[in-house]
Write a protein that binds this ligand. Sequence first.
Ligand code: KIV
Length: 277
Amino acid sequence: MKNSINLFYDKKGKEPISMLTCYDYSTAKFLDESEVDAILVGDSLGMVFQGNNDTIPVTVDEMIYHTKAVRKGCPNKFLVIDMPFLSYHITKEDAIRNSGRVIKETGANAVKVEGGAEIIDKIRGLLDAKIPVLGHLGLTPQSVNVFGGFKIQGKSFENAKKIIEDALLLEKEGVFAIVLEGIPEKLAKFITEKLKIATIGIGAGRYTDGQILVINDIFGMYKDMMPKFVKKFGNVGEEMQRSIGGYVTEVKGKQFPEEKHTFAIEDDIIEKLKKEF
Ligand code: KIV
């Protein structure tokens, strides 16, 4: 059964919503066979896939490339594509054109954009164009240069007030859910209780309606940064290292390939070839 946007409305306040990021076809197939509710092709791919220090360099074309691959692997999941830095900030028309393009070319169901009041005209434009929008407030990574690093947001009265006002504004405008990233647990709880739409937390504590994490982090595959809110659910990184080591050892020791990995040819053909060359 295909997941739809309705899961966010149906599960609010009833059942936790689980989301994960994904960037490639092979991983997407595992996710499609899982019970995960929805998938985000996050611009975090700029860090965990491309090796940048932040998400700023990611382009619309790169988001499309990865999302097409993910969509092929998970045809049954509700799929959200992140709009990268500067693809929805300049004008409303630009935001609609870029978001419309990514939806048309990838088969994603919705876009995610970072920000509140300062981009509300763009969000309105997207919703008018019938593009579902997932909001994103708090430690929005595309603002890393304004925050002076990946710093927890919403700790002061003024900053917390701004996040609450933005959340209420986004809900009023019609986004279907809001990602709350890197904010204190009590603030996330307060916002979650105030909103009729679902909140999806990452580093926002236990009381949001759902959770999202970067898939490379839960696999234990990304070693550059390990925020406090991340939990490793596996040691895929260690297993990869072990597999690479095993392969190299066997190649060097001539244990791989074995006969069962080879393809046969008739001996008389080889004899004929020997005569010819
Ligand atoms: O880019 C991303 O992966 C995200 C989520 C982790 C919320 O924005």
